[in-house]
Ligand binder design. Structure first.
Ligand code: 6PG
Length: 207
């Protein structure tokens, strides 16, 4: 995993946006992270033209339309570009949604790219350190014990995410410093299960 350290969050986001724009030119499918960090990137996509089908890395299993879902937050940032999203089917029982998502994913693999966040504990998507979902042979998994609320989530698995031709992990802010340090030190944290030769970690944390 290559690591690029920038002097400020703004410069790191600028570099991440350049990475994303370059992938959107050609990719037919790509993964967008949930969480707060990447939202300015999604807002910057408004007004652009691209054909990529976008999938969220994971979803917080809340009622459809709940503002706390990744879909609500990402769609709000993307604006009209949210039409590119293939969302997790909120409102269904998790196991049914898992099956539906796997069918949808089949047609999108191999993924063109994956833009993923990093949590303070080193998780990515809803793949948490030591969690059985990391070993799943399926393309999507139900997570019922997420340490990051809400506890119930659906997530793409390393099996799905590792098909991405290029992966970018975005970790900004002092709260992510320890996770970045552990990743750079080579610890077997969830991003390591996804990172191939073309993986890049963009951060503002000197480690
Ligand atoms: C979520 C995300 C999660 C996120 C990281 C980083 O549901 O929150 O899928 O994996 O990307 O926790 O979140 P922040 O960018 O908000 O720090």
């Amino acid at each position: 995993m290559r690591v690029a350290v920038y002097r400020s969050p703004a410069q790191a986001l600028e570099a991440a946006l350049a990475w994303l724009l370059e992938r959107l030119v050609h990719a037919s499918s790509g993964v967008l992270a949930g969480g707060r960090t990447p939202l300015p990137l999604y807002r910057a996509l408004r007004g652009l033209r691209f054909r990529t089908t976008l999938v969220l890395s994971d979803e917080r299993w809340l009622p459809p339309g709940d503002p706390g879902t990744n879909l609500a937050q990402v769609a709000e940032a993307l604006g009209p570009q949210a039409d590119h999203l293939l969302p997790f089917p909120l409102g269904l029982p998790p196991e049914e949604a898992q099956k539906r998502m796997e069918v949808g994913l089949e047609g999108l693999l191999p993924l063109g790219f994956a833009l993923l966040g990093v949590g303070e504990d080193g998780h990515t998507a809803s793949l948490f350190p030591g969690h059985p979902a990391l070993e799943s042979p399926r393309l999507a998994e139900v997570v019922r014990d997420s340490p990051k609320p809400p506890p119930l989530r659906l997530t793409l698995t390393p099996k799905a995410l590792a098909t991405a031709e290029e992966v970018l992990f975005l970790a900004l802010g002092g709260a992510k410093r320890e996770a970045v340090r552990r990743l750079v030190a080579g610890e077997d944290l969830p991003p390591r299960r996804i990172a191939g030769a073309n993986a890049l970690l963009i951060t503002d944390q000197e480690v």
